[in-house]
Design a binder for this molecule. Structure first.
Ligand SMILES: [Zn+2]
Ligand SMILES: [Zn+2]
Length: 154
């Protein structure tokens, strides 16, 4: 439980560090787990009459690239900001576990790419094209592509 103390002062900083394995468990897909420590830093601040909680989550994710099948990792930083409902504050503490968890879940990329311009593997010889090109003839007629070429939108 990541519980933040809500003080009487205007701005209360907080900082947590949790193990990604403990915090996320099996919530993430097999390809694309958060690893190491997840660090959360933020503050509870009073804007006008409302209490707001905001912060940043720092984490690291390991995955297999969809195109070249190499292991890759990326550092992620996610922001969160939410207005606090006084009903959610219990004994001057607010539990940010759900906010952190949800922020992490919705911010994960759909595609796993080691880099945005990953060239992937040669479909003929399987060479990793990021490491150099090969001599293969790439223009193998594919019946599905031929269909697409004949396709004319109405
Ligand atoms: Zn790749
Ligand atoms: Zn090749």
């Amino acid at each position: 439980m990541l519980k933040v103390q809500i003080g009487g002062v205007l701005c209360v900083p907080f900082e947590f560090e949790v193990s990604a394995a403990d915090f996320c468990g099996d919530d993430f897909l097999e390809n694309g787990k958060l690893v190491g420590e997840i660090k959360i830093v933020g503050e509870v601040a009073k804007d006008d009459e409302n209490l707001k909680i905001r912060g940043k989550i720092f984490c690291q994710r390991k995955f297999i690239c969809d195109r070249c099948l190499n292991a890759a990792e990326e550092d992620q930083i996610h922001d969160f900001e939410e207005e606090l409902d006084s009903g959610e504050i219990v004994d001057n503490f607010f539990d940010i576990t759900d906010i952190v968890h949800d922020t992490l879940m919705i911010s994960q990329p759909i595609k796993n790419l080691c880099k945005t311009d990953c060239r992937g593997l040669c479909p003929v010889c399987g060479k990793n094209l990021n490491e150099g090109s090969c001599e293969c003839e790439k223009f193998i007629p594919d019946p599905r592509l031929a269909d697409l070429q004949n396709f004319k939108p109405n």
